[in-house]
Design a protein around this ligand. Structure first.
Ligand code: GLP
Length: 249
């Protein structure tokens, strides 16, 4: 894992956005994997600005969202599809048929998982995957457990995960109990991965992911086995790493 430790979350957003824009400029038909989550709000804002300033065009880019809540359609508040549309897609020049997301309202969720894995494979896999990290070390919605799940799958969300996302739903009781997520296979087969984390509440998950044992009980640690992971951190998220220490504002 290559670590990039920057002063602030805004610096992380700029660095990640420029890195993504550089990949698109090098390969306009790049296949991106997209995470939702608060970490990526300023990243997507920065990418939209780069598009507005004609630094990057998304016309030939394909995208695959990482995950979605079960029971939310793509227009529902709290839906990750809506999040990525509102924060990134709208206002940029993506080609609508090149945008893909798992359907949390599919009548047969197992069939939806198979369809979504097949769609990623047919696109040739993900070239550049944007990943956040949960406080419990989840990536996408691959929750900690006894073994990693390779395929796209539905998952019962753990309480800490639902609590962390409660603010998006007006309280934990409104957070969906299940989600659909790309599995560890599609994630680890991505040709390059950007893992971004900001804020002190991510520091222990980051320290364990980067320096702890590789274990499915902390899914982000599995990224240690990937040859091309760049980890972008602000000083607060990096505070648990050896030699970094807490951020002095
Ligand atoms: C969420 C999502 C992930 C996201 C991560 C961190 O629950 N499933 O896709 O990257 O957890 O979210 P945030 O950036 O809001 O802390």
């Amino acid at each position: 894992m290559r670590l990039e430790i920057l002063a602030t979350a805004a610096d992380v957003a700029q660095a990640v956005a420029h890195r993504v824009a550089g990949s698109i400029r090098a390969t306009p038909s790049v296949v991106l994997g997209l995470a939702a989550g608060h970490t990526f709000i300023p990243v997507y804002e920065a990418l939209r600005r780069l598009h507005h300033d004609s630094v990057v065009s998304f016309r030939s880019v394909r995208t695959f969202n990482l995950d979605e809540y079960v029971g939310l359609d793509g227009t529902a508040p709290g839906s990750f599809r809506r999040f990525i549309h509102d924060r990134l897609i709208d206002g940029c020049d993506f080609t609508p048929s090149s945008i893909a997301a798992p359907d949390g309202c599919a009548p047969d969720l197992d069939a939806e998982c198979r369809r979504y894995d097949a769609a990623v494979s047919e696109a040739g896999g993900i070239d550049l995957l944007l990943l956040g990290i949960g406080r419990n070390g989840h990536v996408g919605f691959n929750e900690p457990g006894p073994r990693p799940i390779a395929e796209c799958h539905t998952v019962v969300l753990l309480d800490p995960t639902r609590r962390a996302n409660a603010g998006d739903f007006g309280g934990i009781s409104h957070v969906p109990r299940e989600a659909i997520t790309l599995g560890m296979s599609a994630i680890l087969q991505a040709r390059a991965i950007i893992l971004a984390a900001t804020g002190a509440d991510k520091a222990s998950a980051i320290a364990a992911a980067v320096h702890g044992p590789i274990t499915p009980w902390l899914p982000a640690s599995l990224l240690q086995a990937h040859p091309a992971v760049d980890v972008y951190l602000d000083r607060d998220a990096a505070a648990g790493l050896p030699g970094v220490g807490p951020h002095q504002p």
